[in-house]
Design a protein around this ligand. Sequence first.
Ligand SMILES: [Cu+2]
Length: 171
Amino acid sequence: MMSLTVPYIVIVILVLSALVVPSAVATDGPKVQATVSFGQWQTDPPLDRFTNPNDRTRNNHQLLPQVVQIKAGGAVNFIISGFHEPVIYGDGTQPGDINTNLVVPPPPVALIDDPANRMFRGIDPRPLSQDRVESVIFRKSGTYLVICGVQPHFVNDGMFGFVKVTGPDAD
Ligand SMILES: [Cu+2]
């Protein structure tokens, strides 16, 4: 009898704990996550990636949507198509604050490497498959700048956006 009673109590405690946890952290409800398309393959004229999977002349350099809003404790899933690198800066950073002369030099292209106020840098895209996902959690409210670290994409094409995170903070 004792051997059955103890596990039953443990299960009850675990179930009760599971009911409490979702109210303490933002793991449920609307705006707990958002998806950002980070670079897009073009379709006009038609693009056939079957034989040429990474035709850089047929890639669109935008964040879609450019602004997303989530709750603190939520995540943004960056769906990366093509040669790009998501880099995220702290609350209040503006595009003009980025020193685009600080770079990891080519080849094949300069990658912006300004560490000031940087809170996240995606994996080095040079040796990788170009299509991938990086999911990033935001625990504190604020407005966060997201740029593409590929220097000409940010400087020439304005490839950046913002993540707006609403409180309360998920500390
Ligand atoms: Cu890019």
